[in-house]
Design a protein around this ligand. Structure first.
Ligand SMILES: [Zn+2]
Length: 417
């Protein structure tokens, strides 16, 4: 026991410095039954500083749903009193955010440097991209598809056995800075690919027949910011004239019904769609890469958290994609695979009805570019830890997600177009 405690102490000591300490911040889950409740939440949001966790913004809340949001310690009495007065039912998901924030570093791994079962900072991920390419020259190559607002490189790993004119699957992670489990999955995917190639028949076939483009972190500046200043940061770190507010929501910044619904025109909002489609260097670089590889990219997968959902187009509209029936049965089968390992429950369906309408997302955009298989994964969990999923769940989360991704990849390989 003493040994264990000592390890925990070391793990906490190695936690990143954080500008905001989140002492006493609470995360509440409120049942929103009707329009009156919705009005009350709007009022709360306008008078208090509320960080919406799910959905992403007050405008996306629907009656007969739940909303998860984070409030500061000094607002919690006011907010909880108001909820009680109006008889809104709620539960406290997290009673002190700081504790959960520290508890995310619960990995038993003592390894210094890169680890697949720990959250890695950007410097470590950057070095890893080089190392995994150097160590697997026949299978992995690294390129730079652009630079971020703050001038960091955006690395892309191409994973597959070298062969000309192969179809490809594009996977990105780390759109939203605080969704740390997402970059962890992209790293895991590459490791599993190189580890099991030539050993496991399924992965060997996939890498012989397909290329995977893996973008481990899209929003690098935001990710760095979550490690150094504010763990709960979501957006990019771009600035613009006329406002002191920073950042655009990269997943509201694509030219797919841009800013028509579920996005904000206010630069201070967490779902700010930006001054124009592809205004962000990060989304522009991603879109440019996909546009220039449209003849080979057959599927687009984008990894977010949290909610445990597998979503497909559309989110910017309630219209259904042309191959809705096919996407629905593919999602169903992928979710069944995912569930088979640890019993993790996922829901699936078109974004607009399954989670909420939101325009400017990369999956809708990719689909409208002609990529027939476009999915958004919302990884673990369902709100117990939210964005602060403990490191001890990285392995299980990545293992189960691999099954779903491999299923989609095999399906795409059998249904080339
Ligand atoms: Zn996200």
């Amino acid at each position: 026991m003493l040994v264990f405690l000592a390890l925990v102490t070391v793990a906490l000591a190695s936690a990143p410095p954080s500008g905001e300490h989140f002492e006493g911040h609470k995360v509440l889950r409120v049942n929103v039954e009707d329009e009156n409740h919705l009005d009350l939440i709007r009022e709360l949001a306008s008078n208090n500083q509320i960080d919406f966790w799910k959905p992403d913004a007050v405008t996306q809340i629907r009656p007969r749903s739940t909303v998860d949001f984070c409030i500061k310690a000094e607002d919690s009495v006011t907010v909880e009193d108001l909820l009680d007065q109006h008889e809104l039912q709620y539960e406290v998901l997290i009673s002190n955010l700081r504790n959960v924030m520290e508890a995310q570093f619960d990995s038993r791994s003592r390894a210094a440097g890169h680890s697949y079962t720990k959250y890695n900072d950007w410097e470590t991920i950057e070095a890893w991209t080089q190392q995994i390419a150097d160590e697997n020259p026949g299978l992995v190559s690294r390129s730079i598809i652009g630079t971020t607002f703050e001038g960091r490189n955006m690395y892309l790993l191409k994973v597959g056995k070298a062969n000309p004119n192969k179809p490809a699957i594009f996977i990105d992670c780390g759109f939203h800075a605080r969704e740390w489990i997402s970059p962890a999955f992209c790293q895991w995917f590459v490791r599993e690919a190189v580890r099991t190639y030539g050993q496991e028949i399924h992965m060997t076939e996939l890498l012989n027949e397909l290329d995977f483009y893996i973008l481990p972190v899209v929003n690098v500046d935001g990710y760095v910011y979550t490690w150094t200043k504010n763990r709960m940061w979501r957006k990019t770190r771009s600035t613009q004239a006329g406002t002191s507010c920073v950042g655009t929501d990269p997943n509201r910044n694509f030219a797919a019904g841009w800013c028509e619904t579920g996005a904000s025109t206010s630069p201070c909002a967490d779902t700010y769609c930006g001054p124009a489609p592809e205004s962000e260097k990060e989304t522009k670089a991603l879109a440019n890469f996909i546009r220039s590889h449209l003849s080979t990219i057959k599927a687009y997968l984008t990894i977010h958290s949290y909610s445990q959902m597998l979503l497909y187009p559309y989110s910017y509209s309630y219209k259904l994609p042309a191959n809705n029936v096919e996407l629905n049965s593919l999602a169903k089968a992928a979710v069944r695979e995912l569930n088979s390992l640890h019993g993790t429950q996922y829901t699936y369906g078109p974004g607009a009805t399954t989670i909420y309408p939101a325009a400017g997302g990369s999956d809708d955009w990719a689909y409208d570019q002609g990529i027939k298989y476009a999915f958004t994964f919302e990884l673990r969990d369902k709100g117990r830890y939210g964005f602060l999923l403990p490191e001890s769940q990285i392995r299980a989360t990545c293992e189960e997600t691999m099954l779903a991704v491999k299923h989609v990849a095999s399906y795409v390989l059998e249904h080339l177009y």
